[in-house]
Design a protein around this ligand. Structure first.
Ligand SMILES: Cc1cc2nc3c(=O)[nH]c(=O)nc-3n(C[C@H](O)[C@H](O)[C@H](O)COP(=O)(O)OP(=O)(O)OC[C@H]3O[C@@H](n4cnc5c(N)ncnc54)[C@H](O)[C@@H]3O)c2cc1C
Length: 241
């Protein structure tokens, strides 16, 4: 999926440098100079603007958490399964501030509700983080939910991998799109969807249906048998499972 995105991005005219580690950024009178190592060799780039988009960190550095004995790590307050601080039980953390779950808006909303419930009625709710979809809103979008193939193998699961380039499918061609593909993992015994990884013009909506299938235990044969409205991105799902 990522290889296709790299091709698509370069075709848009964006110079994409992989395996490039930024060492430092200097501001000159009118421009920035980015010092980097490309495949280990030093190289500089001139730019009008430099944007750091490599992930995010919680804004909790100025809370003086140490004073209250609140243990933290790089990605937030260290919490137990009830989102309660492991070192100070009077403190709970949700969303980006908690070192549990990916830093995403729907996760923050869910964790906020859980923290409120646990504060009011004692620890009784835990977040369900097994299948949280994530999307990179690139052109085209890439989307992912559930297990990657390597992770499913590591768990010793028995499953089939449906992997196909769909750039010739009607749903892609009618939009004049060039890149689309999917990789869907289906467990042999249970027909459960273990993971879905997509690129293409419908990926950001299709991934929600796979998320529903994983979280609700909808079988691949149920998806296959569903008469989705046609032509839609959803109607492709029957052929992906
Ligand atoms: C550029 C960018 C793009 C993103 N894109 C997506 C996306 O496409 N999809 C997605 O799901 N997520 C996305 N996210 C992540 C998403 O925005 C966060 O995961 C989500 O907002 C976390 O919610 P939160 O309530 O935990 O924290 P926030 O939304 O950060 O809310 C924390 C609030 O607390 C306030 N605050 C901080 N310190 C104090 C203090 N000491 N006292 C009082 N108030 C304080 C802050 O001002 C802020 O309003 C993106 C984030 C960024 C930065």
């Amino acid at each position: 999926m990522v290889d296709r995105l790299v091709h698509a991005t370069r075709e848009l005219g964006i110079a994409l440098h992989l395996k490039t580690a930024v060492e430092k950024i200097e501001k000159n009178s009118a421009q920035f100079t980015v010092h980097a190592f490309v495949d280990g060799a030093p190289r500089t780039f001139q730019a009008d603007l430099v944007v750091h988009g490599a992930g995010r960190v919680p804004e909790i550095d100025d809370l003086d958490l140490e004073a209250a004995g609140v243990k933290r790590e790089k990605h937030g307050v260290t919490v137990n399964e009830f989102l309660q601080s492991v070192s100070n039980p009077t403190v709970y953390a949700a969303g980006d501030a908690a070192a549990k779950g990916p830093p995403l808006t729907p996760v923050a909303g869910m964790e906020g509700e859980i923290v409120a419930a646990n504060l009011l009625k004692g620890n009784h709710r835990t977040p369900e983080l097994a299948a949280v979809a994530s999307i990179a809103y690139t052109l085209p979008s890439v989307a992912s939910v559930g297990l990657l193939e390597a992770a499913a193998k590591e768990k010793g699961l028995k499953f089939r991998v449906n992997h196909q380039d769909t750039s010739e499918w009607y749903s892609t061609r009618r939009l004049g799109a060039k890149y689309s593909a999917f990789k869907v993992l289906v467990e042999d015994r249970t027909e459960q969807i273990l993971g879905a990884h997509l690129i293409g013009p419908h990926a950001e909506e299709q991934i929600n249906l796979f998320t529903l299938a994983i979280r609700s235990g909808i079988r691949s044969s149920d998806i296959e048998a569903t008469l989705f409205a046609y032509p839609t991105g959803a109607s492709d799902l029957s052929y992906m499972v």
